[in-house]
Design a protein around this ligand. Structure first.
Ligand code: ATP
Ligand code: MG
Length: 218
């Protein structure tokens, strides 16, 4: 089977767990690879049994795949607010996950919510879009572990936020996996905190907005 060569490329983004590369053969796609520094840390510090999992460190992909499938099972339109996974690929840096790149109007990679805030580019349009995103999250049934501002990117073309990371639950078993209502309440709280943190970072008072811009409580 053919391997994609990524070792001669510089990642376009790098997080703690993953490195993100432009797909060398598929314009518009990204390949996410597990960060070798994080891998070394994990194998040094994690409990022995986690190294014995049959899927090795690729269990990191399982949460992403499960949450992706859970959205697709509810209908394709659910992917409006979440990254689209298109497959798995073998690379010279290990197994990678292929996703559609969210891009800006000029084709460059989308900015994260954090980037927008620091660039001073988060305004009324983005605020309304973030409220919509948070409302969707509250009703989506998605299991989210980390709703950080670096895990949400801005789709400039469709003017909506998209979650690209932080999927799944850290614990192997959680009530969130069994009770949709409980998980929805959890997501709602997380979404409210995200909005609060965003407004605090901007020192911005949105009280001039109409009531329908608040997160709806279902
Ligand atoms: N589908 C995508 N479209 C556009 N940009 C993306 C996409 N997926 C990831 N990115 C960018 O790459 C960065 C790192 O990706 P990702 O969050 O998946 O890695 P990570 O190592 O888990 O990150 P961290 O540990 O910092 O949360 C994101 O913060 C985002 O800026
Ligand atoms: Mg991330």
């Amino acid at each position: 089977m053919k391997q994609l060569i990524l070792s001669d490329q510089t990642p376009i983004r790098a997080g703690r767990e993953k490195r993100v590369y432009l797909h060398p053969e598929q314009p518009g796609s990204l390949v996410k690879i597990i960060n070798s520094d994080w891998l070394a840390f994990m194998y040094r510090n994690w409990p022995f049994q986690s190294r014995l999992r049959r899927v090795a460190h690729y269990f990191l992909y399982l949460n992403e795949l499960i949450e992706h499938i859970s959205l697709r099972a509810r209908g394709l339109e659910e992917l409006h607010f979440a990254q689209n996974i298109t497959g798995l690929v073998d690379t010279d840096l290990g197994l990678g996950i292929v996703v559609e790149a969210v891009t800006r109007s000029d084709g460059s990679l989308a900015e994260s919510l954090r980037d927008l805030i620091f660039r001073g580019a988060f305004g009324e349009v983005e605020y309304q879009a973030l409220v919509k995103f948070c409302n969707w999250l509250g009703s989506s049934g998605l299991i989210i572990r980390d709703l950080g501002a670096q895990n949400i990117v801005w789709n400039e073309k469709t003017q909506n936020f998209v979650i690209v990371d932080g999927f799944g639950e850290r614990a192997l078993l959680s009530l969130r996996m069994f009770s949709r209502r409980y998980n929805q309440r959890h997501n709602m709280r997380k979404a409210e905190k995200l909005l609060q943190r965003t407004l605090q970072a901007l020192s911005w008072d949105p009280t001039h907005n109409s009531g329908d811009s608040e997160i709806s409580r279902q």
